[in-house]
Design a protein around this ligand. Sequence first.
Ligand code: FES
Length: 182
Amino acid sequence: MKPNPETPVSPPCACANGTSRRNFLFKVGVGINVVAGALLATPLIGYVFASFIRKPAAQWITLGPLTKFPAGTTRLATYRNPNTRPWDGKTGDLPCWVRSMEGEKFQVFAINCAHLGCPVRWFEQSRLFMCPCHGGVYYEDGARASGPPPRGLYEYNHKIENGELLVQGGFIPTLARPLSTT
Ligand code: FES
């Protein structure tokens, strides 16, 4: 049937527009919540599954020529952690203590205290390593002397190759994962 041009045409229902706007805003809200949820969940999932991911393997890394470590000294050395990513910056530089003895014998200690991981310092006069956090003390051979540390300093496996001192490192040692098996 043809509409009578003289019959007033009623305006379109206002509720149709209102409903579609509400639907649109609802969908936008759901979308924002999904994105926010994914952003929050990613680090959480990473944390939960981190223990199942294969841990970085230790690698042989040079600390430099033997001439850097004269016999009778204990010196700080630094190596670049091969397991770091470019954005890790300076945190990828791992310091360690090198004890050099007569006859090209060495001990290389991780810098982190075996208690809660503070960096230990070497005191030449007392020939002790001391931890500034809770007073942990270690002898020059890395053995525990006193304080809360449950063991001696973590010690790197090391070797000499082509006149350079190399250590097997690439991660921060912990009680669960010490550096050396000896
Ligand atoms: S962290 Fe070194 S004694 Fe506690």
